[in-house]
Design a protein around this ligand. Sequence first.
Ligand code: SAM
Length: 289
Amino acid sequence: MERLTDISNIRDILSRYGFTFSKALGQNFLINPSVCPRMAEAAVTGGLSDASVGVLEIGPGIGVLTKELLQRAEKVVAVELDKRLLPVLSETLSAYDNLKVINADILELDLHQLIAEEFGGMEVAVCANLPYYITSPVIMKLLEDKLPVRSITVMVQKEAAVRLCAEPGTRDSSAITAAVRYYCDPELLFHVSAGSFMPAPKVDSAVIQLRLHEPTVHPKDEKTFFKVIKGAFAQRRKTVLNSLSSSLSLDKQKMRDILKTAGVEESARAERLTLGDFSNIADALCETE
Ligand code: SAM
């Protein structure tokens, strides 16, 4: 098979299968040949362990990243929602016997079960050029489900990459920054220009890697912890006192007492708070309930 990133090859494959791009499914296929090897290298050999690695890929498209993953990993399971791409993948990846393609919506799958059934005994990494319309829900599902995966290496829009990898306490931080930091160490690996895709999206992209770790703070109740994070950022220009009392529907004096117990300045903005601050507020809130 000729190079899968060559525009003429892609056009030939797609026209033979009568395929047209779906904007709704976020179909922007990679045509820059240097991107996929770098992503696959970071995902598969980026860890320190030399154990065999299984990769869960989301949205293989015509298989350009999948091929690089297959050359490096013990096994790749690729979940593709668009069933029109299944015969294409059978052709483009016919040389590999360590691939399983599943036709499903990644957001609907039981990923614990999938990992247990498909990757027994392997270390697992997630790798994807994510469909941008589901970037946050996919990342939050991967993290909140507490899957036994060591890292998540994904292409996302540049603005999302900045938010996901922001340092807590800085202007770029948001609710998802705090959630990501709770579960992992994020790193922005490299930037990718809009012209690296077909069709070219309107914005540039970046590849980030989230390396999972044990949480560094230990709130008594995780649900309350995340409720506090979302509530604090709901009106990020307001003080944490105003934003939290309105989003948690709590009397202002009660909220003031909770912040005092937590040792957090009531005039602070959410973007200035650390994970420890959110955890302390959540614990103080639990004590009053
Ligand atoms: N990996 C290919 C590449 O880099 O050229 C394609 C990436 S394209 C940005 C996103 C892919 O995700 C498409 O193939 C699309 O059909 C698929 N997709 C969209 N929504 C999905 C979902 N909910 N579950 C699984 N795959 C999805």
